[in-house]
Ligand binder design. Structure first.
Ligand code: NBP
Length: 486
């Protein structure tokens, strides 16, 4: 046993405990602290027993037990608990010490904390940690950002404990300044919302149009997991579909209430996309779809009064299933294109200089959206680091060219049969709007100018010149130097 610990973990709920055990298993001595001391003792005397785990009963004791510079990782709820703990730590830390926030903090809080702590000489890191309990124990995807000076002191520990991509690369790299690590984690979760919604829609379509049994559906998802859709979420879907309740013998999925919960990172992603003016509509739809699912009582009442068509079964189930597979692939490309557009906008807005290919690689293992597909994204950004939209990469534009017909077919069939597929529909609208040379936004501009004199640009004049029409007929077209472009 070492006298001093290499790193500390504060907060010993599910994530903190498992991360501490992961660190210890990689040869690091880990000091641990929890607000309620009984939990620290229970951990040290239970799962941590006989291991290089040093329990501390106070923040002061925790800080005294660490090698310099001190490295302290907080695994507590986002918000005031993080500020409270930082406040308590400051009395015991010295310039050069490092605080790492591994919770799901909002990136703007991380920006603020990085700047405030920098003034006190403390190096602050906000890191995304993905993969839940299992990932924390066996290898999470880690997305650290903040004060770059901390990286050389935490790199070895972070890379050792992180998940490894199938080629052995650690799923952890320095993301960028201030809140960028937490932003990337938030965006990961937003993409996770859309992935899950689209898989749920695919399952619904297969179930309702093809009338496949759960076993057939499970085998189908298993088969999909051997192709371009290979991913953790597709893998667990086939396992979920097979699982039976030992008491009733029914499929567990059939017993689960159709009301989806959420903890807020999907909502944050949608809000950030709106703030940045980026069209992450499919991600936002996935959040709204969960909100709508939660209005179960209203849906049950509406089902009695709002009419719709009946479902026409697919003529050829196998053929329809292949269309759904291709539609899912096309919609997934669109959702990821939106996600990376948000990242790009944030990188420009906050001067983060993000490396999108490296971010795709960080998600290659350990995290919930891990998928073979991310290798293709990594390759696309390696070929063009400033790619404006993933759909413009030749690999993805070819893939969309092949799969877009299926997406149309499936969305149309769903609409005609009254089955809601909000993520698929939104992805298709995003695809079509993105490839439109001319959108009807000129009418929107005309209306804005008509009722609010908001002005418009003209196709026959250089960008940046603004015009106003006197739509009521009393005046003429006039240029203005003021841009009312809101
Ligand atoms: P919780 O979010 O439930 O964190 C609570 C832990 O923090 C408790 O052990 C609590 O102690 C401790 N704590 C300390 Br130390 N100081 C606190 C304070 N001032 N106020 C409140 N609690 C304090 O734990 P978790 O589920 O392990 O998650 C930790 C973080 O990791 C969260 O931000 C979460 O969003 C994030 N995350 C979770 C997952 C996941 O799958 N669960 C995945 C990825 C990220 P106590 O015993 O005295 O209450």
């Amino acid at each position: 046993m070492k006298n001093k610990a290499d790193i500390a973990v504060a907060g010993l709920a599910v994530m903190g405990e498992n991360l501490a055990l992961n660190m210890e298993s990689k040869g690091f001595a880990v000091a641990v602290y929890n607000r309620t001391g009984a939990r620290t003792e229970a951990f040290a005397g239970g799962r941590g027993k006989g291991r290089n785990i040093l329990p501390a009963s106070s923040i002061g004791e925790l800080c005294d037990s660490l090698e310099r510079p001190r490295r302290i990782m907080l695994m507590v709820k986002a918000g005031s608990p993080v500020d409270e703990l930082i406040g308590q730590l400051l009395a015991h830390l010295e310039p050069g010490d490092i605080i790492i926030d591994g919770g799901n903090s909002f990136f703007k809080d991380t920006m603020r904390r990085t700047a405030e702590l920098q003034k006190k000489g403390i190096l602050f890191v906000g890191t995304g940690v993905s993969g839940g309990e299992e990932g924390a124990l066996h290898g999470p995807s880690l997305m650290p950002g903040g004060d770059i000076r901390a990286w050389e002191h935490i790199r070895d520990i972070f890379r050792a404990i992180s998940a490894k991509a199938p080629d052995g690369t650690p799923c952890c790299d320095w993301v960028g300044p201030d809140g960028s690590g937490h932003f990337v984690k938030m965006l990961h979760n937003g993409i996770e919302y859309s992935d899950m919604q689209m898989i749920a829609e695919a399952w619904e379509l297969l179930r309702r149009f093809c009338r496949f049994t759960p076993e057939t559906l499970a085998a189908l998802f298993e088969d999909w997991n051997r192709g371009e859709l290979e991913s953790y979420l597709i893998e667990i879907t086939s396992e979920i579909l097979r699982r039976k309740d030992p008491e009733t013998g029914a499929y567990v999925l059939d017993l689960i209430l159709d009301s989806a919960g959420q903890k807020g990172t999907g909502k944050w992603t949608a809000e950030c996309a709106l703030d940045l003016g980026t069209p992450a509509a499919t991600i936002a739809e996935a959040v709204f779809a969960r909100c709508l699912s939660a209005l179960r009582e209203e849906r049950l009442a509406a089902a009695e009064i709002l009419p719709g068509p009946s479902v026409s079964e697919a003529q050829d189930g196998k053929e329809f299933a292949e269309s759904v597979r291709q539609a899912l692939y096309a919609a997934k490309i669109c959702a990821y294109a939106q996600g990376f557009q948000v990242l790009r906008a944030a990188s420009l807005e906050y001067n983060w200089n993000l490396n999108y290919g490296d971010i795709a690689l960080m998600w290659r293992g350990g995290c919930i959206i891990r998928a073979k597909f991310l290798d293709d994204i990594k390759r696309a950004f390696a070929a063009d680091g400033d790619l404006a939209n993933l759909m413009f990469d030749p690999f993805f534009s070819d893939a969309l060219a092949k799969a877009q017909d299926s997406l149309r077919k499936v969305v149309a069939a769903a609409a005609m049969s009254g089955i809601a597929v909000p993520a698929f529909s939104s992805a298709l609208a995003y695809y079509d709007a993105s490839r439109s040379k001319r959108l009807p936004a000129n009418l929107i501009q005309a209306m804005r100018d008509c009722f609010g004199a908001h002005t418009y640009e003209r196709i026959d004049r250089p960008r940046g010149e603004f015009f106003h029409t006197d739509w009521t007929g009393s005046g003429s077209v006039s240029a203005t130097s003021t841009n009312y472009n809101r």
